[in-house]
Design a protein around this ligand. Structure first.
Ligand SMILES: [Zn+2]
Length: 267
């Protein structure tokens, strides 16, 4: 973290709390991280999406220690793949250095790539694993609020984690925060039509707000429609600062601090 201590202290330094570098071509990742660095994005948290990218996620972490942190878990799209065998692999892989969370996990009833029962079972199983290992979780939720709330409430007050790229209403922000969880804001906050996301963002407490790209998805304005990358978390953060009426530098500092706190990273 040398760069943070340099004399140009007014320059915002960001951390991208959610980017799937494991979905980029192997030979591209170095250049993507260099562009991130040039944009003041010093660190990136890379969540796995399923057993197929556990190894790749750990490799990227190993190649860029201190710049990349890893989360491992089985995404709701792949929930049906969480066999006992995969669960054992996950448990083993969590021991690797630089693995700071279980994720991404959750529910997705929009695509329903795995049946609802499988999604709920995989979500519960991985939340319990997180409690057992004292790890935070990265939660995905799409059109599945009721079941997600139900499952989180079963473990209320015990979990740490973030509801990433949150898109629910302000009341639900309060529910999430009351359960001790943080809220991630993605580039959707910059989309022209997304007044609801901006309203949601204003409801998040400053102690609970994280910024993310969700690369390669959800590229923020002015890059909308392109493949997203961590460098552009600065665009997300700038827009969010504008929405919240705070300084960009302050936004960067707050979201970095919250991300460090949640995932136990060195600041
Ligand atoms: Zn994601």
């Amino acid at each position: 973290m040398r760069a943070m201590m340099t004399s140009d202290s007014a320059r915002p330094i960001w951390i991208d709390s959610h980017a799937h570098l494991n979905l980029f071509e192997v030979e591209e990742v170095g250049a993507v991280l260099d562009r991130a660095h040039d944009a003041g994005v010093e660190q990136v948290l890379v969540p796995a999406t399923g057993p197929k990218d556990f190894d790749r996620t750990l490799e990227i972490r190993q190649q860029y220690p201190g710049r990349v942190f890893a989360a491992l878990g089985v995404h709701p799209h792949e929930a049906s793949s969480l066999s006992s065998d995969v669960n054992r692999r996950l448990e083993r892989a969590l021991e690797a250095e630089g693995v700071v969370a279980i994720g991404e996990i959750g529910l997705d009833y929009h695509y329903m790539n795995s049946p609802r029962e499988d999604q709920m079972a995989a979500f519960r199983r991985q939340l319990d694993l997180a409690l057992e290992r004292d790890l935070p979780v990265i939660i995905h939720n799409r059109e599945s609020w009721e079941d997600m709330e139900l499952i989180l409430r079963e473990r209320e007050g015990r979990l740490r984690g973030v509801c990433h790229s949150f898109t629910e209403n302000p009341e639900r922000v309060q529910v999430v925060e009351s359960m001790g969880l943080d809220v991630g804001v993605s580039g959707m906050v910059s989309f022209k039509q997304a007044g609801n996301i901006r309203e949601m963002a204003r409801a998040i407490s400053l102690e609970r707000i994280l910024v993310e790209t969700d690369s390669p998805f959800l590229a923020p304005v002015p890059h909308r429609g392109k493949r997203n990358e961590p460098a552009w978390v600065s665009c997300v953060g700038e827009k969010l600062a504008d929405v919240l009426g705070i300084d960009v530098e302050e936004m960067a500092r707050i979201s970095r601090k919250n991300t460090y706190r949640l995932f136990g990273l060195d600041s």
